[in-house]
Ligand binder design. Structure first.
Ligand code: ZN
Ligand code: ZN
Ligand code: ZN
Length: 152
């Protein structure tokens, strides 16, 4: 992976920067997983990732990569309507181990896609004394724009 101009590998360098920022070694499986997830508008499940990546990343590696990314605050996990875990990129400054995403997850009841809605602000959540709040998530269910346009 040497001698490639920065311009020709823009996407790659963004993924690389993310890995370096979180002190993760830059490896091909990590780069592949990151580039697939960052290209998609919706959260991606592990089975989908397996399908897209094919034989280039084996299951165990994929599982480890996803876990490491979640722990480092690169990806956050959202469960879709079938209870399948899907993964989406974290907002810029997720600290390690605690996800600070405070956004609504919109799940489409037609195509089961999960969208991160960053533009919706959530109310501040007060927790009882002695409680520690790690993450706030609100799940909304409805029909996404893609499916809606097919119906109309
Ligand atoms: Zn996060
Ligand atoms: Zn949909
Ligand atoms: Zn999200």
């Amino acid at each position: 992976m040497q001698g490639q101009g920065r311009n020709s590998a823009n996407k790659k360098s963004k993924a690389e920067r993310l890995l370096r920022k979180h002190n993760l070694k830059v490896t091909v499986p990590r780069l592949s997983v990151l580039s697939v997830i960052s290209e998609k508008e919706t959260a991606t499940s592990q089975p989908d990732l397996e399908k897209i990546l094919g034989k280039s990343v084996d299951r165990v590696t994929l599982y480890r990569v996803l876990n490491a990314f979640e722990e480092k605050g690169i990806l956050h996990k959202i469960f879709d309507l079938h209870g399948t875990a899907t993964y989406a990129l974290c907002s810029d400054d997720c600290p390690e181990h605690i996800h600070s995403e405070e956004h609504v997850h919109f799940t489409c009841s037609k195509c089961n896609s999960v969208y991160c809605l960053d533009e919706v602000t959530l109310p501040a959540i007060k927790v009882p004394k002695g409680f520690q709040l790690d993450m706030v998530g609100i799940n909304a269910v409805g029909v996404c724009a893609h499916c809606k346009s097919k119906i109309n």
